[in-house]
Write a protein that binds this ligand. Sequence first.
Ligand code: HOZ
Length: 428
Amino acid sequence: MAHPDPNDILFERARAVIPGGVNSPVRAFKAVGGTPRFIKRAQGAYFWDAADRRYIDYIGSWGPMILGHGHPAVVEAVQRAVLEGFSFGAPTEREIELAEAILALLPSMEMVRLVSSGTEAAMSALRLARGATGRKTIIKFEGCYHGHADALLVKAGSGLATFGNPTSAGVPPEVVQHTLVLEYNNLAQLEEAFALHGNDIACLMIEAIAGNMNFVRASAAFAKRCRELCTRHGALLVFDEVMTGFRVGLHGAQGVLGVTPDLTVLGKVIGGGMPLAAFGGPRAIMEQLAPMGPVYQAGTLSGNPVATACGLATLKEISRPGFFDALSARTGSLVQGLKDAAAAEGVPFSADSEGGMFGFFLLDALPQNYPSVMKSDGARFNALFHGLLDRGVYIAPALYEAGFVSAAHGEDDIAATVAAAREIFRSL
Ligand code: HOZ
């Protein structure tokens, strides 16, 4: 009799005590089917599951692991910090160092507040925008995800400038009645929303390179117009750079697009794999926060000394000259390899990347918004996902997620991934 897979055993145990067996839904493999892999350890570009199977890791903890797993300088910094103490609930010099390092790389920010998760950072930025402007209405875009704070959990609303309906039970419609949901990259809708509601809009929040509907860029014209309209109407432009910050380039999506937001939301890479996130912007706005101003925001573990050590060490490594050139080239070679493999096997395929972030679609052309992303073939994606998993390549277990390459991924990993994908393309 075959031995049961240790991942199956763990999944059964997990489901008995944790809803769905996971602590974040996208880990559950619900979209693709099958048993989630329970990870035992990781090193460099790889992790190993409960059955000791090795995978080339293209999720990198959903973005943070830009150096790969267990980078020696980061491990050393964390070990040193742990010996000094886990958490004090009082300020530390390391928080200032991390704040200074972030501000040096993102000139749109004059001050920053450290928090523990991207959701917390986005939620706090939203409150700050409302507090600073004295307005209620916010604009978000279909397919952009800004964490799971109530006011931002609004999905579709296709059709012009519709006020959204909540996409989660437990979010009263009243809570999202001021959230205006527009189509990504749709200039006409954007113009009309500001024409109709301009005086009420506190902020426009956007992933300027969206990573939660796979990988979709805002066009340069669209990003620029978001900036112009916010400025003209006294609304704040908020870039959610939780995924893109220090990931698509050293200066984030704002650096890539050359657009300066008022507020920036950060997470993932700035914590290097530890729970750390941030939001920041001009001094006059940030000083609206407690204890200086009337907008309340707080956190017991905010600016945690171990997390800040991890984040600082990570930022130091990625700031080295040539880091992003090498990472972009490696990610580019993955994307090109996959495109070539799909073309050779006659599979409709499009892909894009920036820095160490990439996305691909089983579609002829890159989608520009959520409805076109939705045209992707889910069944074929699932076949590709499981085919890759069986061959030791781990991509996100959902069609709507971006992928991540780290500095630890070598040309041999890319070649193995492309070869595996080509075999699967042949059978699609
Ligand atoms: N941004 C990721 C999801 N699109 C976060 C991962 C998670 O939700 O667990």
